[in-house]
Design a protein around this ligand. Structure first.
Ligand SMILES: Cc1cc2nc3c(=O)[nH]c(=O)nc-3n(C[C@H](O)[C@H](O)[C@H](O)COP(=O)(O)OP(=O)(O)OC[C@H]3O[C@@H](n4cnc5c(N)ncnc54)[C@H](O)[C@@H]3O)c2cc1C
Length: 397
């Protein structure tokens, strides 16, 4: 093994696109990420180039103008992007989940209407489940859509934490509808809400108040969304049938978890690269710190964690691509990769000594970005809930 996180058995196209994305990241993303992060600036030039490379349509079927690639190809590209800057992978993440949900659950009209525009990146997706009072407990959603006599819906309520909330033009929003089902999650419906980019009351009854100020994950916009008498048509219901939203969104979250694992792998790889370089340059007590066994062993631990996370992420992606259920594999990959990513960035930070605390060194950004991976697409506790429930069912005595 010469390099970490290599993937065996890739097609020629997969090898080519992953290598193209890597070169793009080295040339365009890494040199600018620190400055854009510090000024919290949207990476428009990078996003435009990602559009040209076809990355917004990676998994959208060819018949709708996309590249028709697998989840594995997507995840490997995301790993490369996150190695450069986690925020850049965040730009395509919610877009990819919404496109995936439309592909899997949309009506023919919804696929025809949205997927070709999403493949080019002209229409950009955001994904909205969370609310101010809830994140993990999705079934407790309060935002409500009431059916009107003319068949339209009026939506009222507040959503929280929309990644790409201001820069997206299509939001898949999970809200409560009155289905009369006894189980709360069966009363949820996903609406496809089209809107222009920007902030304020962007369409009647729909306000994006502004960017939330975050610890890390800078550059891209994370927002609230307020529905106040917003009118949706029956055609905006994903799949055309109400009460299916919870299952549709959970299907999206499952592929999203592979994507978050891939991001954690990318951030972890970069943290390792920074540490292994610095450890050979910095000298203490007459030799490079890499020659102190305590530091060399840290590098060995970090590399092992990066490798393990990559293998689990690849396994979860391949399982989904094979058509098998992958909830446990995706949960395990997300849990392990995000925890290892946190540990590896912390180890890299320690190897940098005092300079790790300086804004001149890239590792400080990774230290602010990595914690989000423990939270997004379900916290580690929620992953452990999913994994343990399935284990106790499959290993029932
Ligand atoms: C930067 C950022 C971007 C985001 N982007 C999006 C987005 O695009 N779309 C979207 O819908 N959401 C988004 N989120 C929201 C994210 O998905 C939630 O923050 C996450 O699911 C956790 O929910 P919560 O914050 O409400 O925490 P809570 O659910 O309140 O959990 C708080 C703590 O309690 C623990 N906990 C909760 N329930 C249990 C349990 N049953 N057992 C054990 N422990 C438990 C949790 O693990 C956590 O430690 C984003 C969040 C952030 C920070």
């Amino acid at each position: 093994m010469t390099r970490l996180a290599q993937t065996l058995g890739l097609t020629e196209f997969q090898t080519e696109i992953v290598s193209t994305v890597r070169k793009f990241v080295d040339k365009e993303v890494i040199p600018t990420a620190q400055e854009l992060d510090h000024s919290d600036t949207y990476p428009q030039a990078i996003v435009d180039q990602m559009k040209d490379m076809g990355l917004f349509g990676l998994m959208i079927p060819e018949e709708y103008g996309g590249l028709g690639e697998s989840l594995l190809t997507y995840a490997l590209c995301v790993e490369e992007l996150a190695r450069g800057w986690m925020s850049v992978s965040g730009v395509i993440n919610t877009h990819f989940i919404v496109a995936y949900m439309i592909r899997q659950h949309g009506t023919d009209a919804q696929k025809q209407n949205y997927l070709p525009r999403m493949a080019t990146g002209e229409t950009r997706g955001a994904f909205s489940m969370s609310e101010p009072e809830l994140g993990s407990d999705v079934a407790a959603i309060r935002t409500r859509a009431k059916k009107n006599a003319d068949g339209t819906y009026t939506i009222d309520g507040q959503k929280m934490w929309l990644t790409n909330g201001g820069s997206s033009t299509l939001v898949a929003a999970l809200v409560r509808t009155d289905e009369g089902a006894d189980k709360p999650h069966r009363n949820l419906t996903a609406f496809l809400v089209e809107k222009p980019t920007g902030f304020g009351e962007v369409v009647p009854g729909l306000t994006i108040p502004g960017k939330l100020d975050k610890l890390g994950y800078k550059g891209i916009d994370t927002t609230e969304l307020i529905f106040d008498g917003y009118r949706a048509s029956a055609d905006d219901v994903l799949g055309g049938v109400t009460g299916q939203g919870f299952f549709q969104m959970m299907d999206g979250v499952e592929v999203g978890r592979v994507n978050v694992s891939a991001r954690a792998c990318g951030v972890g790889i970069r943290a390792f690269e920074l540490a292994v370089r610095y450890a050979q340059q910095r000298e203490t007590f007459g030799k490079p710190i890499a020659e102190h066994q305590a530091v060399a062993f840290q590098l060995a631990e970090m590399a092992t964690k990066v490798e393990a996370a990559h293998l689990m992420m690849v396994n979860a992606a391949r399982l989904k691509d094979s058509g098998e259920r992958n909830d446990v594999a995706a949960g395990m990959a997300k849990y392990l990769a995000s925890e290892f990513c946190s540990e590896v960035t912390q180890q890299s930070f320690r190897i940098h000594g005092g300079y790790g605390y300086s804004k001149e060194y890239e590792i400080e950004r990774l230290m602010r970005d990595a914690p989000f991976l423990l939270i997004g697409e379900g916290t580690s506790e929620i992953q452990k809930n999913i994994i343990s429930k399935r284990l106790l069912s499959d290993y029932r005595v």
